[in-house]
Design a protein around this ligand. Structure first.
Ligand code: ATP
Length: 308
């Protein structure tokens, strides 16, 4: 669904790359957090997926589209397949909740009858039934973010990107927002969320992709925010040895057993993940179940998570 191959992004008039040789794969139906300190490249990654920025080198495929071969005129169609949610909600202040969500369909040319049906359904899904006529300033921050999520999801995009969606919310509200994104993920939409939010990441036990100064330093199946106990394995180190010679490394869990990393076998055709669909686990799988495919790291033993 989302594939980065050796992606480097260096902004004009900067010397250091915002993303530095990043390779990863996020399969259809996955939920992945992207974490890292401020300036580590999270937003840059999101903007590259949206094609709001272009790579300096490397290759990106999203929803079956190879960005190297995507003409400018086809970028709007790509963006229709990617819903976006931001920290600052970005609602239209003079439009009601219903109008804000409906607007996303109107610009796509959706019929009025379809809008009348779909918008209430989506507002119900995000927990805002009965609030259709309110203006954004009459809502709490968490409610405003729910409107933004409804707007991003109302046309049922296959991918939903959320860039710091809980950055302006208190911890309890944040958890509700991430649980809503989880619910959306369970409908089959791939969700990628960039965040600093330790508490929600730890609570969700989802895939955690960590960036540090633009470098992908770890990619955990069902991790928590603080990955200090997990060995950092650079991609080239993980990809270099054959499976038979892979090293065993302590995994930081107190179970006496080592973890070993090996590269995903890949399907060898270098295209997007379509051929993988058949092998994907069912949507809504337990987060503690290891992924069978996807990602450039693959754990060879189930990930054990701490009891909380
Ligand atoms: N438009 C731009 N022009 C130049 N440099 C940029 C631009 N956007 C981001 N950068 C730089 O790229 C690096 C990565 O920034 P990015 O916004 O992707 O990080 P981030 O992890 O999302 O940070 P934050 O959590 O603070 O939003 C930073 O050093 C930043 O200064």
């Amino acid at each position: 669904m989302i594939l980065f191959e050796n992606v480097t992004k260096t902004y004009p008039r900067t010397t250091r790359p915002a993303l530095d040789d990043v390779s990863l794969e996020i399969s259809r139906g996955e939920f992945a957090f992207v974490v890292g300190t401020s300036g580590s490249g999270k937003s840059t990654m999101m903007q590259l997926v949206m094609k709001e920025q272009d790579v300096t080198s490397g290759r990106i495929l999203v929803a079956g589209r190879d960005f190297d071969r995507l003409p400018e005129r086809k970028v709007p169609a790509l963006r229709r397949e990617i819903g976006c949610v931001f920290q600052d909600f970005r609602l239209l202040p003079n439009k009601t909740v219903f109008q804000n969500v409906a607007y996303a369909l109107q610009v796509l040319g959706t019929s009025r009858s379809r809008i009348r049906q779909t918008v209430p359904e989506t507002l119900e899904l995000v927990g805002l039934a009965g609030m259709e006529k309110r203006l954004p300033h009459q809502l709490s921050g968490g409610e405003q973010q729910r409107v933004a999520i409804a707007r991003a999801f109302v046309n049922r995009p296959p991918v939903l990107l959320a860039d710091e969606p809980t950055g302006n919310l208190d911890p309890e509200t944040s958890l509700g927002i991430v649980q809503l994104l989880d619910r959306i993920n369970r409908t089959g939409t791939t969700v990628v969320m960039a965040t600093h939010d330790t508490v929600t990441v730890d609570a969700m036990r989802k895939r955690v992709i960590r960036l540090d100064h633009g470098v992908l330093v770890s990619d955990l199946e069902a991790g928590d925010y603080d990955t200090g106990s997990i060995p950092r394995v650079r991609l080239e180190e993980a990809l270099a040895p054959a499976v038979a010679t892979q090293p065993e490394v302590a995994d930081g869990y107190d179970d006496g057993a080592p973890a070993a990393y090996a590269p995903s076998a890949g399907d060898g055709d270098g295209d997007d993940t379509d051929d993988e669909a058949a092998s994907l686990p069912p949507i809504g799988r337990d987060a503690d179940q290891p992924r069978q495919r996807g990602g450039m790291f693959r754990r060879r033993k189930p990930v054990l998570t701490n009891d909380r």
